[in-house]
Design a protein around this ligand. Structure first.
Ligand code: AHG
Ligand code: MN
Ligand code: MN
Length: 322
């Protein structure tokens, strides 16, 4: 099986970008080990702190953020970082070419129940002559990403990665500490009969999503004339991995539950990297009205509606939004 660096070199991926990706993966290997130790490593449970988004931080949110932040800033490969767990961007090497946005631990509500969690990352180029301390260097649409990926800490530790030449899976060989290529060109099947949504929010959705889901639930006696299955891992990283493996539609739509928070998922370090991985595997990623990777961000923790997955099913869902 092939290791990650030669695979990326063959693609013509710049050496500096490969080094940056390997730096992120070095942190992820340690996270994989810590997560795998579970209660033995004393890292389960919550802290007494909240992040800037008003969410109580899990001990693992803090630990994984610190690991990624330290290793990235020490590496010299990044000009600045943006993280779910950092109020503001953090400046790195002023001469570096790349910036990284990350969700150090997605699905942190799953940590205490030994269920799926992962790390999501998005890499872009810093604009020429930009200031490392200027948050505006992150205000670029997702189509500018040069690489995106996640590491899923499941029964095996799997990296999904794209540098714009398809989406690949690498599996961590824990005996040697290397990521080995296990799926060269992941392809999201165009058709699916599976969807993922937090149905407890149903009464708060907008009419388009209410109608779409009602029609799925009506099954073979409804307008879709077939039955649909539902899955919800409560960690986007787990749900998106399933969609990449066997197709499906994943959505976290706009809702009116909390008027101050109409959307849940964050554009820079959740929606954009997942959108790139899905598009590179032949799927679609939209907000319901526009392509996710076309959105011009105006804040680092900005939230968006997400509808992604199998091409034909996402298109059907988008038709309800027209
Ligand atoms: P995070 O743990 O990084 O805050 O993200 C959790 C997100 C996402 O991964 C998942 O799809 C969603 O929140 C789960 O939301 P519910 O609480 O509605 O299940
Ligand atoms: Mn998350
Ligand atoms: Mn998180």
């Amino acid at each position: 099986m092939r290791r990650l660096p030669p695979v990326l070199l063959e693609d013509g991926c710049p050496r500096e970008l490969i080094s940056l990706i390997r730096t992120i993966l070095a942190a992820c290997k340690e996270i994989s080990f810590r997560v795998g130790q579970g209660a033995l490593s004393g890292v389960l449970g919550s802290t007494l702190d909240e992040n800037i988004q008003g969410e109580t931080q899990k001990k693992l949110d803090v630990l994984t953020n610190q690991l990624l932040k330290d290793i990235l800033l020490e590496s010299g490969y990044v000009k600045a970082i943006a993280s779910e767990e950092e109020d503001y961007t953090v400046a790195g090497n002023p001469d570096a070419s790349y910036i990284v946005a990350f969700d150090p631990l997605d699905g942190s509500s799953n940590t205490d129940i030994n269920s799926l969690v992962g790390t999501i990352f998005s890499i872009m180029r810093a604009p020429e002559n930009s200031d490392a301390a200027d948050e505006r260097i992150f205000m670029q649409p997702g189509k500018n990403q040069v690489a995106a990926g996640y590491v899923l800490y499941g029964p095996s530790t799997v990296l999904a990665l794209t540098t714009g030449k398809g989406t690949r899976f690498f599996t961590l060989d824990k005996t040697h500490g290397t990521f080995l290529l296990t799926e060269d060109f992941a392809k999201v099947p165009e058709e699916t009969s599976e969807f993922a949504i937090n149905a407890s929010n149903q009464r708060h959705w907008q009419p388009a999503m209410q109608n779409y889901i009602n029609d799925l639930l009506a099954g073979e006696t409804g307008p879709r004339a077939r039955n649909f299955n539902m899955r919800w891992i409560a960690a986007m990283v787990g749900d998106v991995h399933r969609v990449l493996c066997r197709g499906g539609l994943f959505t976290y739509p706009t809702d009116t539950k909390d008027p101050n928070k109409p959307n849940k998922l964050r554009l820079l370090y959740e929606a954009n990297p997942m959108a790139m991985l899905i598009e590179q595997a032949g799927g679609i990623a939209s907000t319901g009205t526009e392509r996710i990777m076309d959105i011009q961000p105006d804040a680092i923790h900005q939230r968006v509606a997400v509808i992604l997955g199998s091409k034909n099913e996402v298109e059907t869902c988008l038709n309800y939004h027209k």
